[in-house]
Design a protein around this ligand. Structure first.
Ligand code: PLP
Length: 386
């Protein structure tokens, strides 16, 4: 679609990459469930040879995702971790990585166990700008890895300020934008060089696909990433790309509904006597609430809380909820709840977890788009059981 970047997000999600099929007029894009494509003469084809390299259904999703992040290029991978890994593969041995100190558990694990002999690694509290400046000047990193808001502490970093300072010293900035989705935050507009998403979460939104994506403007870097994807092979299947194209159509209304429910639930929990603390960027009590207002178009659907008490209280609460499903992952239409210390962040060493605040009474919630009163009643009942 030639005007893909000019139309608004709620229109992009429905139209970009979803143009009717040119040969049959089908309004919904076909699933090109094929591994290979006919050639009219050796080397002569219609742009598609083999589905590890390219597939028309995946191309459509890539067009939609590029438009949503205001990017020239997007690459769709078989998982968020595959996308993250491709980015790391594109940097040479000896690269100095500066990573936020509160990132997705899988990112922490891959840096510390798979790429630990390839890269130098330092971590920094990226909400602390002077600390970031100090690392930029002293450690002189080549690659900055940011999440904002972070997982699970929901800390907000000043993406624009960090990008500006990083570019001054020639470092590349990658932002994992999974928690906000492209509907609420666009890191490329704030100066980031690359954006990575787990499609598994808000973008697909229905907890039925694992996928990942990288969005960027630099053609040379895109070519390198595509070369790596084609060589290593973590390309998404046509059917999964089709499911994401289907799920993404409601991204705009889903994100609005997630944010509306999450704010109300955050306020409800903050006032509850059995709750010690609630972390949600939309609450005035959040330490970076003003920055969140400036940098994001909405506060998202993720919130964290600490209960009064310890592991026993947390376990009781998590066993007693009925609508909130006790499960890892996030960003689906159904509400999920989990215990980071035992579940998603078990690979983070205890000492690190304690430093961050991932304690035994700490709970993470992915607020779904169910009826708000039902969600509140469910939490209220479970809290009463403690
Ligand atoms: C889930 C997630 C990932 C990893 O994505 P997968 O699709 O599970 O491989 C990366 N970053 C963040 C912030 C995530 O939530």
């Amino acid at each position: 679609m030639s005007n893909a970047k000019k139309i608004n997000k709620a229109t992009q999600v429905i139209h970009v990459g979803n143009e009717p099929d040119q040969t049959t007029g089908a309004v919904i894009p076909p699933i090109y469930q094929t591994s290979t494509f006919v050639q009219s003469s050796p080397g002569e084809h219609k742009g598609y040879e083999y589905s590890r390299s390219h597939n028309p259904t995946r191309t459509r999703l890539e067009e939609c995702l590029a438009a949503l992040e205001n990017a020239d290029h997007a690459l769709v991978t078989s998982s968020g971790m595959a996308a993250i890994s491709l980015i790391f593969q594109s940097f040479p041995v000896g690269t100095k990585v500066l990573c936020g100190d509160d990132v997705y558990g899988g990112t922490y694990r891959i840096l510390n166990t798979i790429y630990n002999d390839r890269f130098e690694l330092r971590q920094v509290n990226s909400t602390n700008l002077p600390a970031v400046h100090k690392e930029l000047n002293e450690y002189k990193p080549d690659l900055i890895w940011l999440e904002s808001p972070t997982n699970p502490m929901l800390q907000i970093s000043d993406v624009k300020a960090i990008c500006d300072a990083s570019h001054d010293v020639g470092a590349v900035v990658v932002v994992d934008n999974t928690f906000m989705s492209p509907y609420f935050q666009n890191p490329l507009d704030l100066g980031a060089d690359m954006v990575v998403h787990s499609l598994t979460k808000y973008i697909n939104g229905h907890s039925d696909v694992v996928g990942g994506s990288i969005m960027l403007n630099n053609k040379e870097q895109y070519d390198k990433l595509w070369y790596l994807q084609n060589s290593i092979g973590p390309s998404q299947s046509p059917f999964d790309s089709w499911l994401v194209l289907r799920g993404i159509k409601t991204l705009a209304i889903r994100m609005e509904a997630h944010a509306k429910n999450a704010l109300e639930i955050a306020e409800f929990l903050e006032a509850h006597p059995k709750v010690e603390k609630v972390i949600y960027p939309g609450l005035p009590s959040h330490p970076q609430h003003n920055l969140a207002k400036k940098q994001m178009k909405g506060f998202g659907g993720m919130l964290s809380l600490t209960l009064k008490g310890g592991l026993e209280e947390a376990k009781c609460f998590l066993e007693e909820v009925r609508l909130f499903i006790l499960a890892e992952s996030l960003g689906g239409v159904e509400s999920l709840i989990e215990h980071p210390a035992i579940m998603t962040h078990a690979s983070v060493p205890l000492e690190e977890r304690n430093k961050l605040g991932i304690t035994d009474n700490f709970v993470r919630v992915s607020v779904g788009i169910e009826d708000l009163d039902d969600l509140k009643a469910d939490l209220s009942n479970a809290l009463d059981k403690i």
